[in-house]
Design a protein around this ligand. Structure first.
Ligand code: HPA
Length: 292
């Protein structure tokens, strides 16, 4: 059997230019289909500190990432990697409890293989979440932000998950990124938040490669070029999801402010903020699922 990949398995391979194909995605999808009785229609990616949301999924089948052919396995604390497939908000969903990151050493195509596998399983709607550093002065730790657009800083310099041969049966060579964050899903999230009296901020998310946090000069640059929040994930997943025709909703938890605090950022702080914001995020996600 083909096992999931860890980055160290790939040492010696060219990590930047690994080109996967439909066969890789279908192999993963077929394996997942044999391990669950559910037929999920909505995918949910849970970011740092947000894994607790997966505990609310009923009648769950749990599949460790490490069992799934080709899946990248996250080695980062707070990212206990598994698929949790079951029912939430009246819908059959597939949650990724954790995700692998580019900074762990995986190629962009390996990082985004799970999104392709979800698509191959028939999932047409994707909800992505992450923990992010606040760049906007309006944001404070613990806030939730609806992602209305993104800046693909890593991809602009070449590390785009679509780099390499394009399989036209998966999506177009030059996919459009206007309205990448589905306007109707954004409206739904706004309505759910309003009714639940949860403050939902909005803004542009920028992806950096990480893993080092931003220097004060990085933060000034990031603000200058138009980002409201910054993190180390999500954008490559969204590009692949849009390439394959999925509708996307994105939510960031502002786990720390890079605008207000002169304190140093730590991974522990990111995880703690995530845990305390889970109830608010759960309310919005369940509300969206119920009405989507
Ligand atoms: N910077 C980058 N990524 C992050 C941060 C941050 O401050 N917080 C959570 N993810």
């Amino acid at each position: 059997m083909l096992l999931a990949m860890t980055a160290s398995d790939m040492i010696g391979e060219n990590l930047t230019d690994e080109f996967l194909t439909r066969a890789d995605y279908e192999r993963a999808a077929q394996f997942i289909a044999t391990k669950t009785k559910h037929q999920p229609t909505i995918g949910l990616v849970l970011g740092s500190g947000l894994n607790a949301l997966a505990d609310e999924i009923a009648r769950a089948d749990v599949i460790p990432f490490g069992d799934i052919p080709g899946f990248p396995v996250s080695t980062v604390a707070g990212h206990s990697g598994a698929l949790v497939i079951g029912e939430l908000g009246g819908k059959t969903i597939l949650a990724m409890r954790g995700r692998a990151h580019y900074y762990e050493g995986y190629s962009m195509q390996r990082v985004t293989l799970p999104i392709r596998a979800l698509r191959a399983l028939g999932i047409g709607t994707l909800i992505v979440t992450n923990a992010a550093g606040g760049i906007s002065e309006k944001f404070h730790a613990g806030d939730l932000m609806l992602i209305t657009d993104h800046i693909n800083l890593v991809g602009m310099t070449g590390a785009n998950p679509l780099r390499g041969p394009n399989d036209a049966s998966l999506g177009p060579r030059f996919p459009d990124m206007t309205d990448a964050y589905d306007p109707a899903l954004c409206d739904l999230a706004r309505a759910v938040a309003r009714e639940a009296k949860i403050t939902l901020r909005e803004g542009v998310y920028m992806m950096l490669a990480g893993p080092s946090f931003e220097s004060p000069a990085d933060v000034r640059f990031i603000r200058l070029i138009g980002a409201d929040a910054v993190g180390m994930s999500t954008v490559s997943e969204v590009i692949v999801a849009r390439h394959s025709g999925m509708r996307v909703l994105g939510l960031s938890l502002i786990s720390n402010s890079l605008a207000h605090s002169h304190d140093k950022v730590s991974h522990e702080e990111v995880l703690a903020a995530g845990a305390s914001a889970v109830p608010k995020l759960a309310t919005i996600i369940k509300g969206v699922l119920t009405r989507v």
